[in-house]
Design a protein around this ligand. Structure first.
Ligand code: HEM
Length: 351
């Protein structure tokens, strides 16, 4: 980080995002309780604790499904990118809702016996010998521990101190957590008399998450195969780029590039994602001769995509050329920190 960096962390967009998310969560839980209350009336009426437990559990499961869909959806369509930038808030909220569900489950099913409640979660309800009898709550408990780990390390502090590759690898554990929860729900359904809409929930989640990941992977490999044929991407007239600002270009191969104009007449192109937390550099600016990330102020030199010493972050750079009044960016990224000659626009007329 550079000396001038300050943590932003919270902004208006994030607040709006969080408000919408929590309104949706509360609305879902209220609706679930009303509909379940109406569906199971009279002799079949369920305890409010069980209904709340189910409202919370299905809500957390849907949130986790959404969480896993955001990555491939944003790769397929950049309109989903704002969801990607705020994904960690959704992750932490998912953990909170899942924790409330687990708390009610432990209280309701495991607190009144002679066995320690935690031991009871791992042993009650069946045996590990037959699939249909497996103590499914153990899967939920392990998944909850993983979700806790991810929520606890979601802050910038951990990203900085663990380093981006390790942090990212750690957060890939969300996939095993999701698989464990699918097993948790299926195991529970096998032991239940009435499964309600649970099979639809699980099949829908698996189809959506799996399908989106497969389509996004195909798109990527297709784009990789065609990328050689169209080497340069037309970014439009350089006059469209405000001085000391950037436009963000979709390179058509799942990559986005920030094309900056600065000092009036200079052009440079770098990867759009900041090394720190993938902040959108194209929404940033050039200040004191450095590209500044809008999220946390990380800085990069336009000529080689390197953070000024003593900092060591590096991003990919791109070749740029000007033909007529159009700017072109070469599709293939250069290795991180590769120095490029600065492109000068010859006939800048002011006003
Ligand atoms: C210590 C951790 C957990 C325990 C003890 C636990 C316990 C339970 C129990 C007892 C049920 C059956 C409830 C019933 O139908 O009466 C259940 C179902 C369910 N759980 Fe968990 N759970 C845990 C963690 C999780 C986590 C982390 C999720 C994540 C989303 C989750 C999602 C679900 C879902 C979707 C169902 C099916 C709907 C339902 O019947 O409530 N559980 N869980």
């Amino acid at each position: 980080m550079s000396a001038g960096y300050k943590t932003v962390g919270w902004n208006r967009n994030k607040k709006i995002y969080d408000a919408i998310m929590w309104i949706a969560i509360v609305a879902y839980i209220v609706m679930f309780m009303l509909v379940t209350g109406a569906a199971y009336a009279g002799d079949e009426a369920l305890s409010p604790i069980i209904v709340m437990m189910r409202a919370l559990s299905t809500c957390a499961f849907l949130m986790l499904t959404l969480l896993l869909c955001i990555g491939p959806a944003a790769r397929l369509n950049h309109r989903f990118l704002p969801l990607l930038y705020n994904r960690r808030h959704l992750g932490v909220s998912t953990f909170i809702i899942a924790l409330l569900h687990a708390f009610l489950a432990v209280f309701w099913y495991h607190s009144f016996g002679s066995v320690n409640p935690i031991e009871s979660v791992f042993t009650s309800g069946g045996s590990y010998d037959t699939v249909s009898d497996v103590p499914f709550q153990a899967f939920g408990a392990i998944a909850l521990v993983i979700l806790f780990l991810l929520a606890a390390t979601s802050h910038d502090y951990w990203n900085t101190n663990l380093g981006a590759p390790l942090w990212k690898a750690l957060h890939m554990l969300v996939y095993p957590a999701w698989i464990l929860i699918v097993l948790h729900v299926l195991g529970g359904a096998l032991q239940a008399d009435d499964t309600g809409l649970l099979p639809i929930l699980v099949v829908g989640s698996v189809a959506l998450v799996g399908g989106l990941h497969i389509v996004a992977a195909f798109r990527r490999s297709g784009a990789d195969m065609t990328s050689e044929s169209t080497d340069w991407v037309d970014a439009g007239p350089w006059r469209n780029i405000k001085n000391n600002r950037a436009i963000t270009i979709d390179m058509g191969n799942d990559e986005r590039v920030a094309l900056f104009r600065y000092d009036d007449t200079k052009l440079c192109a770098v990867a759009n994602a900041c090394q720190h937390q993938n902040g959108p550099l194209g929404d940033g600016c050039v200040k004191n001769g450095k590209i500044v990330c809008p999220w946390h102020g990380y800085e990069y030199r336009p000529e080689d995509g390197r953070s000024p010493p003593p900092f060591t972050e590096k991003i990919e750079t791109y070749n740029v050329k000007v033909e007529g009044d159009h700017v072109f960016v070469q599709r293939k990224a250069l290795p991180r920190g590769t120095e490029r000659p600065i492109i000068q626009i010859k006939d800048v007329t002011h006003g």
